[in-house]
Design a protein. Structure first.
Lengths: 819, 557
């Protein structure tokens, strides 16, 4: 979608064949002398040591889960433990070539990666930096315990710290790496580049891709690895993330100085099983996983199959791929084969594989093999290996005792859990040290100049409607907030479908193309999961992202990213991460059943999300300003019925300059005394019509409240209104069943029961598909429906004949039939 | 102008009365006091005075008919007037004159709507009668307590209260309009049933609903929480609101507002008393005393047919209907206050209370008190008060009046052998009534000691809750406040309560014809007429007077 690229039929219609590059399979050939020069004897010994640490750590957990104790220490661990015994070499080999600047995102089976990455990264740091990180982390809560285990120096203490922090987290202890809020499947430690591990298969792919995007857009050092399993190759979001990261525009349209494609390595730890499903031969068809790279871009993602049972082979691959990524030629795909001796989880009876198969891999156990190698090459003595096992076991024994001490190492309380759900920050910029990059000063932007000439109210001083072209519209409010954000926060970037040259599908971004370089505003593939997932990774890496779903109906395409990722990471990190991510979601109409749905209820149902739904130009700007300076994930709903609305409620029009709408506060749009009509979204305007008719024809004075927010939502103004009027109608364009309004009705009814003169009533869209635009008045709430509902359920109006069926019987009928 | 006489409303729970015997026939000339007929409720039998003068033009019901209250029973007018025309004018199907006939629902329903016009018409055209009407009302009001007496002939049976929009002059004058003429034309009394949204528009339908509601209507009884709350705060009883105008006949706020705007319904007796006019009693312990009732002129004694007394409710309630902002402080009833309020309303709603006054020569009482007071402290008599002596005498007398030392529960009378005497005590928390159990077994000295003990505990809030119930008869002594008479409210399920008043000086004519002064103590007995007839009450009071006048002997036990 850019004029600079020509789709020439002469080219695209010409005959040719596709040739893919060769994809190496286990091409590594060991040159031990070279490896020893590269890693040093200490480096090689450390690799062995770290593999032993992981093996011992996982064996301990396995023993605890299956026997209720380890080495005479009894403990019952209720939570999960997905173990990776057998896979140690792949994690350690990978970490050996990484620094703390390199980020590793993982899966539910990532204990080994956390330990390997942290131990490796810690060795790259001097004692002062290490001590500073440990002392400053969680106010020293983790370090306090680590210091109780014998140690010789800062590096040794760091090992205690890493072991305790990880184990205490697995045991859901307050002083674990994430205060016990992440647990086994989500533990991580960002100072060492160990990033969030994800319990959704493939979940890390789009997030890691977003993190890589953050590094690319903000010129941050390091690469990002998504450690995902072979089975995740079947997940749409993984493919979406690969497609997103491979976009031509990074090298063709972005400036060369922007650095090329995001430095993302999709590393598939290929242990040949997805739980019990055998990917090679049963549930996939790729023969060799690395083949998939050929389907993504001409470089075949620089894909290789690597022997994950040889840490040196893995380290070799990582080193080479890191160079590619740092030069902007990614993405990279690695098919790192490995094998787990343990089951998928302690409950796994391994019914899907034979003992003989496991035995075959045990014969080539990477630890034994690598230890033998180092002994044979005289890097270590045989006795050293035994000593390593013994000392690691001894240290872990101490760590275990500390981590299970209920008195000294308690769990968090309910208040804490609540406190980390949202960060409620006020951070206009996520990087105060940099200047935001704009192509032209804001005041020279043609859209900014055009808006300056517009009338900021819907009617002129004589009360006549202002022509649409002269009127400041809802979309202008959104634009002003976006422009302000881009001019304030250097990290702020926006992407989605048709965001750039088109100006956004609804012309909200028109003018931003001229204002911003590609890297701050670009078109994404039509990959909703990757669009949102990238935003999650971008935000938790330290930037502010604004991503867009063109229609609310596409929310399902990004379901995991919105519901499990965007919503959860602040809590699961115990507030260590913030999520300054705004998801603009346009709510449609006129385009039938798959383009006309208000799914605010889905967002509202997910703890951890803020949900805004402005209905006026003033709020479009004030609420987007609010969202863009916060540090929480916001689902920002915009009705397409409103984009061209002018300001009808604020006499002075949409304020110029910067302002914020107070968070969570509904606003009274019309005062009244007999009935309160509270609306969410565009239904406000139909409620105003209903209120007018109630007043003029029936002498009923209606108060109209624009809720504006779904979460958080201060219900007190609504309750106060209901105490006054005694009656509440709630209306929105969402289908009535399961609507947000049902929840609000319940809450208001609970709080204001004694003040009610009639049951709270809800007028929503019908519980069926959205029909053709010509029939939409059969689907969306109409002013008459509101009046009819008042008449039937609350306050019979004299001489009134309803035109729609809002009776109690109809409520029951629809429920009975599910319509 | 012919008038339609309706079946009077005889108490808050009475919905219909049995027409026992007609005392007049068509063509008879009657005056206001002429008994038209005798009627029966399940509790009593009474005469219905005509309330107007004229010729009986028609009898609309037959003996033995069960007639809903407020339904037309007769037409009285000029000898030359046509009953059928009168009835037609009121929208009633003409009845066979002289034969009477059952008033069916339809006829009744038809009555009220047309009464909208004819009612106001008759009120206007009937102004020539207003002087006599007013004088009747004045007499009623003035007679006050007297009218409580059974058979009080002044009571009017056909009055249905002043319209809600009684003119300011009438309100100011405190002279409520008596609608003896066309008294049944109480459309305004019905209006509270109508939605207030459009007062004009709802009159018609409202009266329709009203008539069905008052006669045989079956309101759903459901009321919105807000309506309940509002009704409670305003002292409106939901039963009086009638059928609501919300969905399914739910009473919603506007129905309560409409009821408020219209004031207490003059026909409250049909559904229950509306005490909005006396929401805050001023009597001891916040009890609703007679003074309050007189002030508000709200109905209090539904046991006796006293519509005339109920009638002037409008002025007070009209004044209350629109209090100016800032004029009042609102304090929700809580705790003991709320319980008292509920008990009092319940007592009035579920019993047929009637008060009787009598007085006794207090000379003996005063002499004995003097003697006790002067007695050596060691004997333990000098703390015995006049009240103790009265209580002692009361207990002794109660032994011979089983139906006053009793409980009326679920239609059964329980008479007690022992006397458990309830004592109304004014405490900081409000009225409490501790019980002196087995008071009949106590000597006057012990009774006195126990009284002091329990009253003290009640005032200090330390009383054993078990002692706050179980009394079989109650004594309430307001003598120390100078109260000369009141109508204490029976503490149901008890059947009687004795009010003890102050001692006053009375002029007496001696046997020798000279005028002297006598100190007399008076008693106000309220008894539940369901089980205690007037004569029973009279006998009790006579015995009590005798016991008081011979207290020196009474104390001997």
């Amino acid at each position: 979608m850019t004029k600079s690229l020509v789709v020439n039929p002469a080219d695209v219609r010409a005959a040719s064949v596709i040739r893919t590059p060769d994809i190496p399979v286990n091409a590594y050939e060991m040159d031990f002398a070279a490896e020893k020069r590269r890693h040093g004897a200490d480096g090689l010994t450390n690799m062995l040591h770290d593999m032993i640490v992981i093996r011992t750590f996982e064996s301990m957990l396995n023993s605890i889960k299956t026997t209720g104790g380890w080495q005479g220490i009894e403990y019952n661990h209720k939570g999960p433990a997905h173990l990776s015994m057998g896979q140690e070499a792949s994690a350690v080999g990978q970490a050996a070539e990484l620094t703390a600047d390199d980020f590793v995102f993982g899966s539910h089976r990532s204990h080994g990666e956390i330990l390997a990455k942290s131990l490796s990264a810690a060795r790259t740091m001097d004692a002062d930096r290490l001590s500073g990180i440990m002392a400053g982390f969680l106010d020293g809560d983790t370090l306090r315990h680590a210091e109780k285990v014998d140690h010789t120096d800062a590096a040794d203490l760091a090992e205690n710290f890493i072991l305790f922090g990880t184990l205490a987290e697995i045991f859901a202890r307050r002083d674990g790496f994430n205060r016990g809020m992440g647990g086994s499947m989500h533990a991580f430690f960002t100072p060492f580049g160990s990033m969030p591990n994800n319990a959704i298969v493939g979940g890390s792919a789009p997030i890691a891709q977003g993190s890589a995007l953050f590094k690319r857009i903000n010129d941050k050092p390091g690469i990002v690895i998504a450690n995902i399993g072979d089975a995740s190759m079947g997940c749409g979001p993984v493919w979406e993330a690969m497609m997103f990261s491979a976009m031509d525009q990074f090298r063709q349209l972005w400036r060369e100085s922007d650095g090329g494609n995001p430095p993302i390595l999709f590393n598939f730890f290929n242990n040949f099983y997805g739980m019990g499903g055998q990917t090679d031969g049963e549930t996939m068809g790729y023969d060799l996983l690395a083949r998939v790279g050929a389907g993504v871009n001409p470089e075949a993602m620089h894909a290789e199959r690597v022997d994950g049972y040889n840490p040196l082979a893995v380290a070799d691959a990582i080193r080479r791929k890191k160079e590619i990524l740092e030069s902007g030629r990614g993405p990279v795909l690695l098919d790192t084969i490995t094998y787990r001796f343990s089951g998928h989880s302690p409950s796994d009876a391994s019914s899907y594989r034979t003992k003989d198969e496991v035995a075959l891999w045990e014969e080539v156990d990477s630890i034994t093999t690598f230890a033998d190698l180092l002994v044979s090459k005289r890097v270590v003595k045989k006795g050293d290996v035994d000593d390593m096992f013994a000392s690691v076991a001894d240290k872990l024994g101490h760590v275990l005792k500390l981590a299970i001490d209920d008195d000294a190492c308690p769990r968090v309380d309910a208040q804490f859990i609540e406190s980390v759900m949202l960060s409620n920050g006020n951070e206009p910029t996520m990087d105060a040290d940099r200047e935001p990059e704009l192509l032209t000063p804001l005041e020279e932007n043609p859209r900014v100049q055009a808006i300056a000439k517009k009338v900021r109210t819907a009617t002129d001083e004589n009360g006549k409607p202002v022509s649409k072209v002269k009127m400041y519209q809802f979309r202008d409010g959104l634009f002003e907030a976006m422009a302000h954000g881009f001019a304030t926060d250097p990290t702020m970037a926006a992407w989605g479908e048709e965001n750039r040259d088109w100006g956004g599908a609804f012309a909200v971004y028109r003018g931003l193309t001229e204002l911003l370089p590609y890297r701050r505003l670009f078109n994404s593939p039509i990959s909703e999961a990757a669009i949102v997932g990238a935003g999650v990774g971008y935000a938790l890496s330290g930037g502010r992202a604004v991503v867009e779903l063109m229609y609310c109906d596409f929310l399902g395409r990004a379901g995991d990213e919105v519901f499990n990722q965007m919503a959860k990471w602040q809590s699961m990190s115990a507030g260590i991460l913030t999520m300054p991510l705004v998801l603009r979601v346009s709510v449609g109409n006129k385009y039938g059943a798959q383009h006309s749905q208000d799914w605010s209820a889905l967002a509202a149902h997910m703890p951890g999300l803020k949900v805004y739904f402005p209905a006026t130009p003033t709020d479009a700007k004030g609420m987007l300003n609010l969202a863009l300076r916060g540090t929480d994930p916001v689902v920002f709903l915009e009705s397409q019925l409103l984009y061209d609305k002018g300001e009808e409620f604020e006499a002075d029009g949409v304020p110029e300059g910067y302002y914020e709408t107070p968070e969570g506060e509904p606003i009274v749009r019309r005062e009244g005394s007999d009935v309160t009509i509270a609306t969410l979204g565009a239904t406000l305007y139909r409620a105003m019509e209903a209120a007018q008719e109630l007043e003029e024809k029936h002498g009923v004075s209606a108060e109209v409240i624009d809720l504006r927010f779904v979460a958080p939502l201060n219900l007190e103004p609504v309750v106060a209104s209901v105490r006054k009027t005694g009656r509440l109608v709630l209306a929105s364009d969402a289908v009535e069943r399961g609507s947000v309004l049902q929840m609000i009705a319940n809450q208001v009814q609970t709080v204001a029961f004694d003040a009610l003169d009639a049951p709270v009533t809800i007028v929503g869209a019908r519980n069926h598909v959205t029909p053709a635009p010509e029939l939409e008045d059969l689907f969306f709430p109409q002013p008459s429906w509101i009046i009819d509902a008042i008449h039937e359920r609350m306050l019979p109006l004299k001489g009134y004949t309803p035109t729609s069926n809002q009776t109690e019987g109809e409520i029951l009928r629809r429920s009975r039939l599910g319509v | 102008m012919a008038q339609i006489i309706v079946m009077p409303a005889l108490g808050n729970t009475v919905e219909s009365c049995l027409m026992s015997v007609w005392s007049v026939s068509v063509g008879d000339t009657v005056d206001e006091d002429t008994n038209l007929c005798e009627i029966e409720t399940d509790k009593s039998t009474m005469d219905v005075p005509a309330g107007v003068s004229g010729t009986v033009l028609a009898l609309l019901v037959e003996e033995g008919d069960d007639v809903p209250v407020k339904s037309p029973i007769a037409v009285v007018g000029g000898a030359d007037e046509n009953a059928e025309a009168v009835l037609a004018e009121h929208g009633l199907a003409p009845q066979a004159t002289g034969e009477g006939g059952e008033v069916d629902e339809g006829g009744e329903d038809d009555l009220t709507p047309s009464a909208d016009e004819s009612g106001s018409g008759s009120a206007t055209s009937g102004s020539s009668d207003s002087s006599s009407s007013n004088s009747t009302a004045a007499r009623s009001a003035a007679s006050g307590r007297d009218s409580n007496r059974p058979g009080g002939s002044e009571t009017r049976t056909d009055a249905h209260g002043a319209p809600a929009e009684a003119s300011d002059e009438e309100l100011a004058a405190g002279v409520p309009e008596v609608t003896g003429e066309g008294g049944e034309v109480d459309e305004d009394g019905e209006d509270p049933l109508a939605p207030s949204v459009d007062a004009d528009a709802t009159q018609g339908s409202g009266s329709t609903q009203g008539s069905s509601g008052s006669a045989a209507g079956a309101p759903s009884g459901a009321a919105s929480p807000r309506a309940r709350h509002r009704a409670e705060a305003e002292g409106v009883r939901l039963e009086n609101v009638g059928e609501g105008t919300g969905p399914h006949g739910r009473i919603i706020e506007r129905d309560v507002e409409a009821a408020l705007a219209a004031g207490p319904r003059p026909t409250a007796g049909t559904k229950g008393e509306d005490l909005s006019g006396v929401a805050q009693g001023t009597a001891i312990g916040g009890r609703v005393g007679q003074a309050d009732l007189a002030a508000s002129t709200a109905p209090t004694q539904p046991a006796a047919p006293q519509p005339a007394k109920q009638q002037p409710a409008a002025p007070q309630s009209a004044a209350q209907a629109a209090p100016a902002a800032g004029e009042y402080t609102e304090t929700p009833l809580k705790g003991v206050r709320k319980i008292i309020a509920e008990r009092m309303i319940n007592a009035l709603a579920t019993s047929a209370q009637l008060s009787y006054d009598a007085s006794a020569d207090a000379a003996g009482l005063l002499a004995l008190r003097k003697k006790f007071k002067a007695s050596p402290p060691k004997l333990g008599y000098n703390g015995i008060t006049l009240g103790d002596l009265v209580c002692f005498a009361t207990v002794q007398v109660l032994r011979n009046h089983a139906n006053l030392n009793a409980h009326l529960v679920d239609g059964a009378l329980r008479t007690f052998t022992p006397v458990h005497l309830g004592l109304a005590v004014d405490t900081p928390r409000g009225l409490l009534v501790p019980t002196i159990r087995n008071a009949d077994a106590l000597s006057v000295r012990t009774l006195s000691d126990t009284t002091k003990e329990l009253a003290g505990q009640a005032r200090e809030g330390k009383i054993d809750p078990a002692l706050l119930s179980g009394a079989t008869f109650t004594v309430s002594n307001l003598g120390s406040f100078g109260i000369e008479s009141f109508t204490p409210i029976v503490n149901v399920p008890q059947t009687g309560i004795l009010g003890v008043n102050t001692i006053t000086h009375h002029a007496v004519l001696s046997d020798d014809g000279t005028v002297g002064v006598q100190q007399r103590i008076s008693f106000s007995l309220t008894a539940d007429h369901q089980v205690v007839d007037g004569a029973d009450a009279g006998r009790f009071l006579a015995d009590l007077v005798r016991a008081i006048e011979h207290i020196d002997l009474t104390v001997l036990g």
